[in-house]
Design a protein around this ligand. Structure first.
Ligand SMILES: [Zn+2]
Length: 310
């Protein structure tokens, strides 16, 4: 992502649930009553509790690699992972087909010295034909990067934190960043606009749409289905309130769908940011007439990133 949503963490709060009514003559099948949606402070607590139930991410690249070791042995498995991710994301939509095709050749590297800017393995610099460079950075460089995975348009580099990524998450985040790379190649308005402008925001909306479509497809449709169900149960129809369904229990449920149950914090920061935004986007999809959606999606992005840190 070109931005960072830092999740602000607060203390745990609890909310009650409604009790059963006395049974009349004939009892209908019993369903658990949906819990009332939480308020903003409660959701911050729920997210904190959810994050606390996961560990810090383990990094596989904890120190900068001596140049002599930054060779194909290190980068070949990374190249295979990326190729597999491109194969997985491709069939999602026409746009992801274009992304997979445009970046079927890429360069990959690891940071060997952050003092050099982007220092990568010399083997990989000679890898032919890449239109984008995908660089894994070590733990020590974490503070230098605005997000775990992000696209640096000026250097045409996708930077990736060197942690273990669940395949669906890595695929969807790569799709997000490569959608920016493709827009940038085409000199699209959104890729050159300043951050305050609607065009810039709308490119983010589109990138998050690509990201969530990939996640949803890899989850066999269960991602959207679950968010839509939570919105229906809560009776929330206003996107600015949609985040209130993301209680710890529901975030746990999404873990099972997306394979993030064992994921660490570095992985979950962009994942939770994605849930907070996408639940609002689903609410718009379900409740706003098509002709008004673009405006509302732009507002939804701004409100969500402001509310949860930007
Ligand atoms: Zn982005």
């Amino acid at each position: 992502m070109r931005y960072l949503i830092a999740l602000f963490i607060f203390v745990l709060g609890l909310y009650g649930c409604s009790g059963n009514k006395p049974v009349a003559v004939k009892s209908p099948p019993s369903f658990a009553a949906p819990q009332p949606p939480a308020n903003f402070a409660q959701i911050q607590s729920e997210i904190r509790a959810y994050m606390a139930s996961h560990n810090e991410s383990a990094w596989w690249l904890e120190r900068q690699v001596p140049e002599s070791q930054a060779n194909k042995k290190l980068t070949d498995p990374l190249r295979r992972n990326i190729t597999e991710a491109l194969n997985r994301l491709g069939p999602t939509t026409d746009e992801t087909k274009e992304i997979a095709k445009a970046f079927s050749k890429f360069n990959v590297g690891v940071v060997i010295s952050s003092k050099m800017g982007v220092g990568i393995s010399s083997d990989d610099l000679s890898y032919p034909g890449g239109k984008v460079l995908i660089v894994f950075y070590p733990k020590e460089d974490g503070p230098l990067h605005p997000a775990a995975v992000w696209y640096d348009a000026s250097r045409k580099v996708v930077f990736v934190a060197a942690v273990d990524w669940p395949p669906a998450v890595f695929t969807s985040l790569l799709g997000h960043e490569l959608s920016h790379a493709l827009q940038h190649q085409r000199n699209a308005l959104g890729s050159v606009a300043s951050k305050e402008l609607d065009e810039w925001v709308y490119e983010e909306v589109r990138a998050h749409t690509v990201e969530s479509q990939i996640l949803n497809r890899l989850a066999d449709g269960a991602y959207y289905k679950t968010l839509d169900r939570l919105l229906a149960e809560s009776k929330i129809v206003d996107w600015s309130e949609a985040y209130r369904v993301l209680t710890k229990g529901h975030l746990d449920e999404l873990d099972l769908i997306l394979g993030t149950k064992q994921a660490g914090h570095k992985v979950l920061n962009p994942v939770v940011a994605q849930h907070l935004l996408v639940v609002g986007m689903r609410c718009i999809e379900l409740n706003v007439p098509a002709e008004d959606r673009k405006r509302e999606l732009i507002d939804c992005y701004r409100v969500t990133t402001t509310r949860f840190g930007g």
